[in-house]
Design a protein around this ligand. Structure first.
Ligand code: NAD
Length: 242
């Protein structure tokens, strides 16, 4: 039985999830590095976690799949009794004008971010309630607050995560569980590799894209005791867009 405090980070094979796994490991969490398909990239995250002086393990499941996620969480809890942190980071985009959005493009984006939130938070929460302690941080987006054209599916999924988190925060505060959201602007990851960066920078007061670590640092803070009176909040990380 492993009693070391444990954090689960979904979609941690790269980008913001990878940076978050490393940050949490630095503060002493044993990190469960979730990935859907790219095992080699997840193993690379584990190497970075270990190079940072921490430890963890990789865990394959698709957060959009309820049964797969429930079974995976059950196995994680059997191995690591002390799940104190859950980071709902896995997400995808499939942009397109609403009139042209296919049902598959709508469902896949909603099912990954919003249904994924339900699929993993529910079984993890049960364990946190038992221990009367926990911190859940979900990675939403500036798009939830200032939706762009061509992102109805993504904006809806990310706004749904905010509403669900705020509702949940008020339900579980009395159990010592905090539920918060980060809303990044444009962050340099594979997700935005095709975005018109030069144009976008003109709209950012700080005139630069964010780095995955800019988000990971805020997530680490939200999971720490320094944030012990913060719950139900949405923290923007966007270089000054307001
Ligand atoms: P990314 O594409 O590099 O990473 C997304 C991660 O989620 C990948 O590891 C991917 O494999 C994983 N993933 C996707 N579907 C999954 C599933 N069904 N099950 C498990 N894992 C799955 O992009 P990123 O920028 O690091 O994105 C991380 C989160 O941040 C996403 O939720 C994204 O919507 C959000 N976000 C990103 C930006 C940005 O500008 N990059 C801005 C705001 C919010």
């Amino acid at each position: 039985m492993d009693e070391k405090k444990t954090a689960i980070v979904t979609g941690a094979s790269r980008g913001i999830g990878r940076a978050t796994a490393v940050e949490l490991a630095k503060t002493g969490y044993f990190v469960i590095i979730n990935f859907k398909s790219n095992e080699a990239a997840a193993a690379e995250t584990l190497k970075l976690v270990q190079s940072a002086g921490g430890d963890g393990e990789i865990s394959q499941f698709d957060v959009a799949d309820n049964v797969q996620t429930k079974d995976a969480v059950k196995a994680i809890i059997e191995r690591h009794k002390n799940i104190q942190v859950l980071i709902n980071n896995a997400g995808i985009n499939a942009d397109g004008l609403f009139m042209l959005l296919s049902e598959e493009e709508w469902d896949s984006v909603i099912n990954t971010s919003l249904k994924g939130f339900y699929n993993i938070t529910k079984p993890v929460l049960r364990e946190m309630v038992r221990h009367k302690c926990g911190s859940i941080v979900s990675v939403s987006s500036l798009s939830a607050l200032m939706p762009n054209r061509g992102q109805a599916n993504y904006a809806a999924a990310k706004a749904g995560m905010i509403a669900a988190s705020r509702s949940l925060a008020s339900e579980v505060a009395r159990f010592g569980i905090r539920v918060n959201v980060v809303a990044p602007g444009l962050i340099e990851t594979d997700m935005i590799k095709d975005a018109p960066v030069a144009e976008i920078k003109k709209m950012i007061p700080m005139a630069r894209l964010g780095k995955p670590e800019d988000v990971a640092n805020v997530i680490r803070f939200l999971c720490s005791s320094d944030a012990s009176y913060i719950t139900g909040q949405v923290i923007g990380i966007n270089g000054g867009i307001c």
